[in-house]
Design a protein around this ligand. Structure first.
Ligand code: 13P
Ligand code: SF4
Length: 342
């Protein structure tokens, strides 16, 4: 693969593949005809990136042809937020969902941030508004508000500090208080509550439409079908699923676990493309996966990325006053989580 002039970096730890290696990786998860169909577009996007001085950030849930083919930086929400704050490219294309693009814009007010589809939302981000947060503050006076990055810029602006699934426990503990509000994912809040001495008050209406589908019965079925399987689950899963799993962690923590070959057979209880991206990059590990997709992440396609670069769409904007307040919460998270890997 001919990549753009700027360096391709993976926070997930995966090295940039050559054209031959890219074929090899993709052939583990895609049929040859599909790879051949994607290749011209992959090459065109990489050429356009170089011409426009653009950089592509892609979340771990992007499809393999995007993740391995055109992304410059890949990772979980924490890694993408961190790297977004270090960009020197004039144009940042975010292949992920809208809140991720907003976070990139909040951290780069003077750069152009593009998202290839305006339909790439998130059920968690949609579950809560800034007015809801203000109401919670009235109900729990003096209790700090920690918001998951899976929220709008307006919600971030109302909060004291943000967190991701990779650093939620550290962020909550860093506040040095007995009680916090952790919004909006009630399952992440329950997981943090179970793993700290801090009382965590949840927002009862928030859940990820993908991760709430997984059940403890599914984990039991995997264990019965694949003896010795090590089960990794995302903290957005229900408490009974996390209880049944061997490890709970962010998408990048799962990837590191597999890359370090801590087990020969692993089950990934998370979004489907995550397993494909790992299977494409890491040999000799058997990966068991439920193919549950995030419909929002799948709104991003190679065709949409090409259009983004050609037409400069869709530009993400955040009202400067909102962005300034949201930036404080995001930067405070990045400060707390310096030692935590995304
Ligand atoms: P990570 O921060 O673990 O990548 O999770 C983001 C997300 O949206 C999971 O559904
Ligand atoms: Fe949002 Fe869930 Fe999709 Fe992640 S997987 S972007 S939390 S809907």
């Amino acid at each position: 693969m001919q990549h753009a002039a700027h360096a391709t970096v993976s926070d997930s730890g995966m090295a940039e593949p050559s054209r031959q290696e890219l074929y090899h990786r993709l052939s583990r998860v895609l049929p040859d005809v599909e790879i051949a169909a994607h290749m011209p577009m992959i090459e065109e996007i990489n050429r356009l990136k170089a011409e426009r001085g653009a950089v592509i950030l892609a979340h771990n849930y992007q499809t393999p042809e995007i993740f391995h083919g055109v992304a410059d930086i890949t990772g979980d929400s924490l890694a993408l937020a961190r790297r977004a704050g270090e960009m020197d490219a004039g144009i940042i294309v975010v292949c992920g969902v809208h809140f991720m693009a907003e976070t990139a814009k909040i951290l780069n007010p003077d750069r152009t941030v593009l998202i290839p589809s305006l339909e790439a939302g998130c059920s968690l981000a949609e579950s809560i508004t800034a007015a809801d947060v203000r109401e919670l503050r009235r109900r729990y006076p003096g209790v700090p508000v920690v918001t998951y990055v899976n929220t709008s810029a307006e919600v971030k602006a109302e909060s004291d500090v943000c967190c991701t699934s990779a650093n939620a426990i550290e962020v909550v503990e860093s506040l040095g208080v007995d009680r916090v509000l952790l919004l909006p994912d009630r399952f992440l809040a329950a997981w943090v509550d179970a793993n700290t001495d801090v009382e965590v008050i949840p927002w009862e209406r928030g859940a990820c439409e993908v991760h709430e589908q997984f059940t403890a019965e599914l984990v039991a079925e995997y264990r019965a079908t694949w003896p010795g399987v090590v089960v990794l689950a995302h903290p957005e899963c229900r408490p009974e699923v996390l209880e049944a799993a061997d490890m709970a962690g962010s998408t990048s923590a799962m990837l590191r676990f597999v890359e370090q070959r801590k087990a020969r057979r692993v089950a990934l209880i998370t979004e489907c493309s995550m397993a494909d991206n790992i299977a494409a990059a890491v040999e000799d590990v058997e990966i068991v996966r439920p193919c549950t997709i995030c419909p929002h992440m799948k709104k991003i396609t190679l065709e949409g990325i090409r259009r983004s670069l050609v037409e400069g769409v869709f530009e993400v904007g955040v009202v400067p006053e909102v962005a300034a307040r949201a930036r404080r919460a995001v930067e405070r998270m990045l400060e707390v989580g310096r030692g935590v890997r995304g």
